[in-house]
Design a protein around this ligand. Structure first.
Ligand SMILES: [Zn+2]
Length: 183
């Protein structure tokens, strides 16, 4: 999955969860959700692993473009940190960030590559080879231009358009940029 799918489906899931929780508790909750945190969290594994595999330390991660950020151990460590911050009443920001990052690992279907998901328990190699940076970039540019043929990407794109339209239409652009509040 690429950017539209990750970002759109994650903010859609966060918005849907907030609505469901509000109905369940019959209270309006979640005003404090910072959607900027969700946007960055939804891309965190790629923001770590793509530069690592392409430029920073390709030898260290066996040239894999999915490595440390896509592992279960990384997701669990972040979730534990998020829970600790929440319990200490220091806000839900870290927990939302962690959940969004864990959602990325799920949307990438990372369980299909056990050597990455369960690293380092099955060995220190990530075991997934990728093309050279230039091949990868041209392939992804091609894929990005055809995003509408991939239903999850298209769905994510439509969610982003709907949310952006809502932010602009309700004159909340400044509020969103400064505080991440969507509605
Ligand atoms: Zn990824």
């Amino acid at each position: 999955m690429f950017v539209f799918g990750h970002v759109g489906l994650t903010i859609g899931a966060a918005y849907g969860s907030r609505l469901a929780a509000s109905r369940w508790t019959k209270r309006r909750i979640g005003q404090a959700i910072d959607y900027r945190v969700i946007v960055v969290g939804s891309m965190l594994p790629d923001l770590i692993d793509k530069p690592l595999g392409l430029w920073i330390a390709p030898d260290l991660v066996d040239g894999s473009l999915r490595s440390i950020g896509h592992t279960l151990i990384f997701a669990i460590a972040l979730l534990i940190a998020g829970a600790a911050f929440w319990r200490a009443e220091r806000g839900a920001g870290v927990a939302l960030f962690a959940a969004s990052s864990a959602g990325h690992v799920v949307l990438d279907l990372t369980w299909r590559t056990e050597s990455i998901l369960l690293w380092p328990f099955l060995g220190w190699e990530f075991g997934a080879k990728y093309p050279s940076p230039s091949q990868w970039a041209s392939q992804h540019l091609f894929d990005a231009l055809r995003f509408f043929t991939d239903y999850p990407e298209l769905a994510g794109f439509l969610v982003i358009v709907a949310f952006s339209t809502r932010v602009v239409y309700t004159k909340n652009v400044r509020r969103f940029l400064l505080r991440g509040i969507m509605t």
